[in-house]
Design a protein around this ligand. Structure first.
Ligand code: CP
Length: 307
């Protein structure tokens, strides 16, 4: 059966570890593996803005011996001019894999149900699983391990990154703390879904409203923009509500002395994170951005082996 990567828990904890190990090997020898040799075409569709995702997928597909082709979602009119199912059937006859950044999770699930080829979530409103694999690879590089580490996600914990941190961090056996005010916390069903994984891996998932209590003794402190794509009309309220969750030097001081700072970018210095912290010695954000390519190459190679 064709496998897809639509949400972080589409990989079991064992599979997640396999993919991360493959990503590390691919980073060490970027041109050694050619599972997309042919070249296999990978269709990339972006319905929302992107820099890192399109650049890292395009470079990664080329390094794997494949051919990236950008399908203009607006021109194709996916779900408007033609149903998602029919687009999936057509793209599945032209491409060996499909990478899609879109809005609704149910749309990418429909694409996967009808494509006949692996579909990869390049961000939806609900999840950003490729980012999480890059983040976990980066943490492994800097900390040597994942299981048992305390990772704190600050700010809008109800966003796709909060959800993905809950699922992927739990899969890796980490202790994930999601810290945001009421109204910015993940749905209870998402927390329960992550906790069911954590029971197996020895990790944990908790919610903490107080940012100082959340960050205390953290190994990894993560934040993201307070105004996710599609939330622009809520900007003023979000900046006010989330101000106490700014990742600044004073807050970072309560984390462990060797804690690292992560941000999936784009970042807004002076809002969710200060320039001092983002550009400071604890920040691993540029490694994190680079690791998108290595992690996604591993995902594509892994899925290609299981068509
Ligand atoms: N972090 C991330 O997904 O970056 P882009 O939105 O630029 O692709």
């Amino acid at each position: 059966m064709t496998r897809h990567f639509l949400a972080d828990d589409d990989f079991t904890p064992v599979e997640q570890a396999e993919v991360l190990a493959l990503a590390a090997r691919m980073k060490a020898a970027p041109f050694a593996a050619k599972p997309l040799e042919g070249p296999v075409t990978v269709a990339m569709i972006f319905d929302k803005p992107t820099l890192r995702t399109q650049a890292s997928f395009a470079a990664g597909i080329a390094e794997l011996g494949g051919h990236p082709t950008l399908v203009d979602g607006a021109l194709a009119g996916i779900g408007k001019r033609e149903s998602v199912a029919d687009v999936a059937r057509v793209l599945g006859r032209q491409a060996g894999q499909i990478v899609w950044r879109t809005y609704a999770q149910r749309a990418i699930e429909e694409m996967a149900a009808h494509s006949g080829v692996p579909v990869i979530n390049a961000l939806t409103d609900e999840f950003h699983p490729c980012q999480l694999l890059a983040d976990l690879l980066t943490i492994t590089e800097h900390k040597g391990t994942l299981a048992g580490l305390k990772a704190v996600f600050l700010g809008d914990a109800a966003c796709n990154m909060g959800n993905s941190w809950a699922l992927a961090g739990a899969s890796a056996g980490m202790h994930v703390v999601l810290s945001g005010p009421l109204g910015y916390q993940p749905e209870e069903s998402m927390v329960e879904r992550a906790r069911a994984i954590a029971v197996v891996t020895g990790g944990s998932v908790s919610i903490e409203v107080d940012p100082r209590a959340a960050v205390a003794d953290a190994d990894v402190v993560i934040t993201d923009t307070w105004v996710s794509m599609g939330k622009e009309d809520e900007s003023a309220a979000r900046l006010a509500d989330l101000a106490p969750y700014q990742l600044n030097a004073e807050l970072l001081a309560v984390a462990k002395d060797d804690a690292i700072v992560m941000h999936c970018l784009p970042a807004y210095r002076g809002k969710e994170i200060t320039a001092e912290v983002l550009d400071g010695p604890r920040s691993v954000i540029w490694d994190e951005a680079e690791n998108r390519r290595h992690a996604q190459k591993a995902v594509m190679a892994w899925l290609q082996d299981r068509r």
